[in-house]
Design a protein around this ligand. Structure first.
Ligand code: ASP
Length: 587
């Protein structure tokens, strides 16, 4: 189909040129005998003018009709500064109506007021909207940049199976029944973890894949049952080598997609320190307001509430904010306390305000003047500063203050949104205790190497056993996880044992993998970068569905195709499956 230009690219310099354009009718306006049509294609919108001689030909054209127009570009009398093409318009000489369209069930405009459910049902129309098109293009650019950079660095892209054997990443598997071997099941990969490690054993040295991962998890707002990782694995490496590749990759992606120059080196922080300072392993470093531990300051206090918590092995932690004390009344502080009680099990929230050089607040009375002076100094309080205190177990005090830190920063607009603050969190714990299963489980995955000096803690001090796992955090989001892996069969067997797998169970689940270790396994490590997360940050959206072409709802339904759907009994029969469950119709 003939087309000389893309609509959104025409500028004043094109005035006088004859062009042929195609696209959808965004809007039609009649002005006396003249008709204006905004013609949209992927590149943008241009105004086309149909004078008296042409108007008749487009009298039936409505929104979303497809047209092919030939005409001459001319300067507009009144430029429209809101449009990229606002200085020009195209005077139509010929027009062909290529296709008609029914009235769209959603508003196809940058800002649509149509509900998200309806937009998901008509996703192909929603995707015509510029913000979503821009997101798809952004995602594409990220992938293209990743392919280019990784190729230049000697990585090769290898596809690993989708019909696979279960890979443990801590979620539930999606299972696919085998027709040929009734009673057996494939698992869709939670990540290509085992395969990529096998590729290292296979001598590939540097692998990557833009890999689809599947995790059957409970409903969560920011999750999709399937998602994509830029998955990377390298042989003969230590943490520094992996970090260098990832930092170079991030620098290239930010430059290519947003023209942003990132810092030369990303900040690193061990997990323990991160939890102490920010109460979370994914802190937003675009603002300060670190948590301070005040156990030393209050170890001999006569204020019994603090004293007994410290004596019983807990913590008194505090966080301070400058310049906002006057915004918080007793009532609004009560609300903050309710929020921390409900979400973080904090028993109470104490506070002090600095006003005209004196401290007032819920603990102003029980603390001595000397204690208050020390607190103010430790927290760097100035006039109009407010400090919040939690005395509780370390876990509760830190996580509650960590949440408060983020909440107050958002509420008070303390975040500079132009910043991109990366942080490597290193030395994650090797294990975490699962209350549900009553045992220690792998905190990252069971192929992660323990820190060399903590190997002897594998069996007798799991709580304090650190690993060589790391995350890269950006502005409060976890962008990727990874680790240096175990490459020694004996150690791998020990780790399986430490998480409660008997040797038989380990052999049954991972026998092929353990066997592979026997034939010369290089030291290796890598990462899985969450592509949706990265795209969300760059697109400045908090809705994961904005960066996925065909997403499911929060309750894992595809409203467009109505998947998952029921199947015929005959389809089940060949799979050797019988079910008495009658699926309710999806809402
Ligand atoms: N497979 C890991 C994950 O999905 C990433 C990695 O360790 O490379 O989180």
């Amino acid at each position: 189909m003939k087309r000389t230009d893309h609509n959104g690219t025409l500028r004043a310099a094109d005035a006088g040129r004859e062009v042929t354009l195609v696209g959808w009718c965004q809007k039609r306006r009649n002005l006396g005998s003249i008709v204006f049509i905004d013609l949209r294609d992927r590149s943008g919108i241009v105004q086309v003018v149909f004078d008296e001689t042409m108007a008749e030909k487009v009298k039936d054209v409505r929104s979303e009709y497809i047209l092919q127009v030939s005409g001459v570009v001319q300067l507009r009398k009144d430029a429209n500064p809101k449009m990229d093409t606002g200085e020009i318009e195209v005077l139509a000489k010929e027009v062909r109506i290529v296709n008609s369209a029914e009235t769209a069930p959603i508003t196809i405009a940058d800002n649509t007021d149509t509900s998200e459910d309806v937009r998901l049902k008509y996703r192909y129309l929603d995707l015509r909207r510029k913000p979503l098109q821009d997101n798809m293009i952004l995602r594409h650019k990220i992938c293209m940049t990743a392919r280019k950079v990784l190729d230049e660095k000697g990585f090769i892209e290898v596809e690993t199976p989708i019909l696979a054997r279960s890979t443990p990443e801590g979620a539930r598997d999606y299972l696919v029944p085998s027709r040929i071997y009734n009673g057996r099941f494939w698992a869709l990969p939670q990540s290509p973890q085992i395969y990529k490690q096998l590729l290292m054993i296979a001598g590939m040295e540097r692998y990557f894949q833009i890999a689809r991962c599947f995790r059957d998890e409970d409903l969560r707002a920011d999750r999709q049952p399937e998602f994509t990782q830029i998955d990377i694995e390298m042989s003969f490496v230590e943490e520094d080598d992996v970090f260098e590749v990832v930092e170079d990759l991030m620098r290239a992606i930010f430059k290519e997609t947003k023209n942003i120059e990132l810092d030369e080196k990303f900040v690193r922080m061990p997990w323990e320190e991160c939890m102490k300072k920010y109460g979370t392993d994914k802190p937003d470093l675009r603002f300060g307001n670190e948590i301070h531990n005040l156990n030393e300051l209050f170890k001999d206090t006569s204020f019994q509430v603090f004293r007994s918590v410290i004596d019983n092995g807990g913590e008194v932690d505090a966080i301070a904010f400058d310049g906002i004390a006057d915004r918080y009344s007793r009532k609004s502080i009560d609300k903050l306390q309710d929020f921390l009680k409900a979400g973080f099990k904090a028993k109470a929230l104490a506070w002090l305000k600095m006003e005209n050089g004196t401290l007032s607040g819920s603990i102003a009375k029980p603390l001595s003047e000397e204690e208050k002076a020390k607190v103010a100094e430790e927290l760097g309080m100035k006039d109009n500063s407010i400090a919040f205190f939690i005395a509780d177990s370390a876990k509760i005090a830190r996580s509650a203050l960590g949440a408060l830190r983020v909440k107050l920063a958002h509420e008070n607009d303390l975040i500079d949104r132009s910043l991109y603050k990366f942080l490597w969190v290193t030395d994650f714990p090797m294990f975490e205790y699962s209350e549900e299963e009553n045992r220690w489980v792998a905190a990252h995955h069971p192929f992660t190497a323990p820190k060399e000096e903590d190997r002897d803690k594998l069996f007798n001090d799991q709580e304090h056993c650190s690993s060589r796992a790391y995350d890269l955090v950006l502005n409060g989001y976890e962008l990727l996880s990874g680790s240096i892996r175990i490459h020694d069969q004996e150690l791998q067997e020990q780790v399986f044992e430490a998480i409660g797998l008997t040797m038989e169970q380990a052999r049954e689940k991972f026998g092929f993998f353990l066997e592979a270790f026997r034939y010369g396994t290089p030291p290796h490590g890598g990462v899985g970068i969450g592509l949706e997360r990265l795209t969300m940050v760059l697109a400045d959206t908090e809705n994961i569905r904005d960066v996925v072409a065909f997403p499911t709802t929060n309750s894992s339904l595809d409203l467009m195709s109505e998947a998952p759907n029921t199947v015929d009994d005959s389809q089940l029969a060949v799979l050797g499956i019988k079910t008495d469950i009658k699926a309710p119709k999806a809402e």
